[in-house]
Design a protein around this ligand. Structure first.
Ligand code: MG
Ligand code: MG
Length: 260
């Protein structure tokens, strides 16, 4: 998985500041969309809210047209893990919707995702989302100069495995990010620590665990995009873009200024 000949893009602090601008667009968009989530709203309506906000903030959506993707956000409901396409589907009480958003400012990318509970959901579903977010934060905390790339996935996996019998999706992983959305290196959500490239100041990574209530086995719907769990149990997805700075991990896609 870790091919030596591919290098990891190193950013200056000025460039990371640009990524922070993109990250704030993503963060505010996700906040607006999350606030709009309620029983009765369609995923297309959420997409319009996201598109309007990204344009209003003077940024560009990075998903629209990406390999032909037809929308600004990904909306993945219940057994949908990632890459769900917004449309006429209406949310219902008890649903879990994962919303993934990317934006570009002056050529620099931000990418983040949240899972949102629709009204009252089953306790096991709320716990799945909480755990997935906690595992993401454990991974983000490992984005430090001097560490190794696999320390991140190991930290994610440790949180999930300590919590019980959940499935961590392996086919889809986090990634380097900067002048493109998806860059080297891949960032798996599992693995032994102390392996892969040495982390250094100026790297930026998108860390994004996808966790299932049941089996981690997934498939893709005939729309060519939507990834679903094979057993149709719920999945959650959380993501932040983080920069490795002299002072440690800087979470670029949070509304709050978070340095871990
Ligand atoms: Mg994303
Ligand atoms: Mg991503």
């Amino acid at each position: 998985m870790f091919r030596k000949r591919e290098s990891i893009e190193i950013k200056s602090m000025e460039q990371i500041a640009k990524m922070r601008e993109a990250g704030l667009v993503v963060a505010s968009t996700l906040r607006l969309v999350a606030d709009a989530v309620r029983p009765g709203i369609s995923t297309k309506e959420l997409d319009v809210i996201a598109h309007d906000n990204i344009l209003h903030m003077g940024a560009s959506p990075s998903f629209l047209g990406y390999h032909g993707f037809p929308a600004v956000i990904c909306t993945s409901v219940n057994d949908e893990v990632v890459h769900g396409i917004p449309g006429s589907r209406v949310l219902h009480e008890g649903d879990l919707i994962s919303i993934d958003c990317g934006a570009i400012v002056d050529g620099w990318h931000g990418d983040a995702a949240i899972s949102v509970l629709v009204g009252d959901v089953a306790p096991e579903v709320a716990e799945l989302s909480r755990l997935t977010e906690a595992s993401m934060w454990a991974g983000l905390a490992q984005a430090r100069a001097g560490g190794r790339l696999s320390d991140i996935g190991h930290a994610v996996e440790a949180v999930i495995n300590a919590a019980g019998d959940y499935g961590i999706v392996e086919e889809y992983v986090g990634h380097g990010i900067g002048t493109s959305m998806h860059m080297h290196p891949p960032v798996p959500n599992y693995g032994k620590p102390g392996q892969g490239p040495r982390l250094s100041v100026g790297m930026a990574l998108a860390i994004e665990p996808m966790v299932c209530l049941g089996s981690s086995e997934v498939g893709v719907l005939t729309d060519g995009w939507t990834v679903v769990t094979s057993d149709h149990r719920y999945a959650a997805h959380w993501e932040h873009t983080v920069a490795i700075t002299e002072d440690g991990p800087w979470v670029l896609t949070s509304l709050d200024d978070i340095h871990l």
